[in-house]
Design a protein around this ligand. Structure first.
Ligand SMILES: Cc1ncc(C[n+]2csc(CCOP(=O)(O)OP(=O)(O)O)c2C)c(N)n1
Ligand SMILES: [Mg+2]
Length: 668
């Protein structure tokens, strides 16, 4: 591709104004949306798409494409215009359907809805957070697959456009700090410095020297003082690519550029300009004032050169890959399999199992052993923690550290940056070729929640290792003890929460997590030791819930537990059985998997005519009604926890066989 500075011609200007007017017209037609930012960013987008981005519109999934993420997702008409003009499977009719039910042009970019959209954005800061994950993935794949030292099969940039809001959000600070530390040199952020947010001028709330901030993170920084200066933008991107640090380009723009009454006005952020203002703006651009959705033929022809260019780029890469495959057939096969997220045959054959005599064992320790077995069998499985690897037990032994200069390492160190970790995991998976996990305490799932929610919304199968999962963790006290987290995570669509009751259930949950598609999986694991069941007794964990201990006589009572509280249920059952009450214990490690079983199975585990049921979980009771019904009881947490040894907490908060048995008896 040419990299000489762009000498702006009349045709360039026509293209830029086409992008602008498409955004204005689409927002006006929808009577909703964000016109001002696409108008201001059109020159930058034009430079990026025509001069720098390597992509193939006819194969948006080409693996070595450059990635582009619009972190300021509200400006998505910019991206839709670019995707349409450069020849993706997106038509002018789709643009006219902006923000309508079922359209390919939703109100914020949604992964999976529109070809060429790499990540769902809109919650400010997430896209830039994702971009760090994309760059991590590129570096990881490059380190593990590239062989030649010349033209390589994994070699692409990750670009993100971000706004004032993105940079104010905390996650951008975490993510940028991490990227700088890791020296992710192929990451480039273009900052839309327009001095405007929704409430007005950024002076109201924001005075950061953005370039100084990024320089302090170890980024390469540049400033372009005129967002219409395509040559300067082009030169800045060229310099950014050449630098061996992540790059930050501040571009001073003017929201709603060219609108006589609305340029530099916060009103242009999130409302249609209005027909009169649109006509006046078109006049300023030298555009036919009454034309709507006008795409001049020469503009389309010029922009669609991206189709041939993309085909060539991909063909070139395919030749490179074919040569690679001839030389390194095993690596090439693995590369393709991992891109397809294929688990190696028999990958789960060597997952650990335990005997009761091996216990008691914390489920976090069982998880550690399982992680290491998975890591041996699945080379693209990798992850890390937010500075809690020794506590979450997530180190891959012999995996090496993913660090600047050693991007082949499989242990990521996200630092104390849970939110960036969540966002980066999303980016790593969206990039392709990796199956990532991230770890912290269950309580700090709150610190990564916006990213977890986007993983769920986007159906990203990230795996979260959330340990120290209840008041049972002990002395660290109520700040560290999760209460409402399980309920709130279970309330999230597409989110799978698993809370295994022992080591063997933990290994099963991990296997299910690896095989899971369609959303993230969170494993809630204990800090404290718990006894181990016979492996054969817990096989039913595969179905989310199962009868762990059967009633000795006629079934009168069902005790349902998860995690460490299954032990409490077992103790209570012994007391109740001794009193002649036929009691079964159901272990329910995963509600959503259990709910997906057929009715016959569910009714077998929880017979509908047995209404005396007690749920036992050291967490907020919300949601348990569905399993205990109107007549059931819940032994849970209705307050915050306390600082005391874990066993004391469990006793004081009523997680004892005696209390559960007493609660149960009242139901009979
Ligand atoms: C996390 C989050 N908080 C709030 C919003 C609502 N919101 C959308 S855009 C925006 C700020 C707009 O300013 P800026 O980011 O500078 O974008 P510009 O208007 O300049 O394009 C806000 C607060 C959001 N989308 N995400
Ligand atoms: Mg702004």
């Amino acid at each position: 591709m040419k990299t000489a500075p762009l000498d702006q011609t009349a045709l360039d200007q026509l293209c830029i104004n086409t992008i602008r007017t498409l955004a204005m017209d689409a927002v006006q037609k929808a009577n909703s949306g964000h016109p001002g930012t696409p108008m201001a960013l059109a020159p930058a987008a034009y430079v990026l798409w025509t001069k720098h981005l390597r992509f193939n519109p006819k194969n948006p999934k080409w693996v070595n494409r450059d990635r582009f993420i619009l972190s300021s997702g509200h400006a998505c008409m910019l991206q839709y215009a670019m995707l349409f003009l450069t020849g993706y499977d997106l038509t002018l009719a789709d643009i006219k359907q902006f923000r309508q039910w079922g359209s390919k042009t939703p109100g914020h970019p949604e992964y999976g809805e529109t070809p060429g959209i790499e990540a769902t954005t809109g919650p400010l800061g997430q896209g830039v957070g994702n971009s760090v994950g994309f760059a991590i993935a590129e570096a990881s794949l490059a380190a593990r697959f590239n062989q030649s030292g010349g033209k390589e099969i994994v070699d692409h940039y990750t670009y993100a456009i971000c706004s004032d809001g993105d940079l104010m959000e905390g996650v951008s600070h975490e993510a940028a700090s991490l990227a700088g530390h890791l020296r992710l040199s192929k990451l480039i952020w273009l900052y839309d410095d327009n001095h405007i947010t929704i409430e007005g001028n950024t002076d109201l709330a924001y005075g950061d020297d953005a370039c100084a901030r990024f320089a302090a993170y170890g980024w390469h920084t540049q400033a372009v003082e005129d967002g219409n200066d395509t040559a300067a933008i082009d030169a800045a991107v060229t310099a950014a690519k050449a630098d061996q640090r992540p790059s930050f380009i501040r571009i001073r723009t003017h929201i709603a550029y060219g609108a006589p009454h609305l340029q530099d006005n916060a009103k242009a952020h999130g409302s249609p300009l209005g027909e009169d203002e649109i006509r006046a703006t078109k006049k300023f651009y030298g555009w036919p004032e009454d034309a709507h959705f006008l795409v001049p033929d020469d503009v389309l022809a010029h922009m669609r050169e991206a189709v041939d260019r993309g085909a060539e780029l991909e063909a070139e890469w395919r030749a490179l890959f074919d040569a690679y495959a001839a030389k390194y057939p095993d690596l090439a096969r693995r590369f393709n399999d991992e891109q397809a997220q294929l688990l190696p045959e028999d990958w789960a054959a060597d997952l650990p199992t335990w005997q009761p005599s091996d216990g008691p064992l914390a489920t976090r320790i069982a998880s550690s052993k399982t992680i290491n077995a998975i890591a041996k069998a699945v080379p693209y499985f990798l992850g890390g923690s937010a500075d809690l690897a020794p506590s979450t037990e997530t180190l891959i032994a012999g995996g090496g550290d993913f660090e600047a200069g050693n991007y082949g390492g499989r242990n990521l160190h996200f630092g104390i940056r849970e939110h960036a970790m969540g966002a980066a995991l999303n980016g790593m998976w969206l990039h392709g070729g990796l199956r990532p996990f991230g770890a912290t305490f269950l309580i700090f799932s709150d610190y990564m929640r916006p990213a977890v929610r986007l993983a769920a919304l986007t159906k990203i199968p990230a795996i979260y290792v959330w340990t120290h999962d209840s008041v049972g963790l002990g002395e660290d006290g109520p700040t560290h003890q999760s209460i409402e987290q399980l309920a709130s995570l279970r309330a999230m669509p597409n989110m799978t929460v698993m809370r295994p009751a022992d080591a063997n259930e933990t290994a099963i949950c991990w296997r299910l997590a690896l095989e899971h598609e369609g959303g993230p999986v969170g494993l809630a694991l204990t800090r404290q030791k718990i006894p181990i069941f016979e492996a054969a007794a817990v096989k039913g964990a595969e179905r989310g819930g199962y009868v762990l201990e059967r009633e000795g006589s006629r079934l009168q009572l069902i005790l349902i537990g998860t995690g460490s509280e299954v032990q409490v249920c077992i103790g209570a059952r012994a007391l109740l059985q001794a009193a002649g009450i036929g009691t079964r214990v159901v272990s329910l490690p995963c509600w959503s998997i259990f709910d997906a079983q057929d009715r016959e199975y569910r009714d077998e585990v929880l017979p509908p005519d047995v209404t005396a049921r007690v749920a036992v979980e050291a967490a907020a009771p919300l949601g348990w009604e569905r399993y205990i019904g109107a007549r059931g009881a819940m032994v849970g947490m209705r307050r915050f926890g306390a600082s005391a040894p874990g066993e004391v907490n469990m006793k004081e908060f009523g997680f004892t066989p005696e209390r559960v048995a007493a609660v149960a008896r009242k139901l009979l």
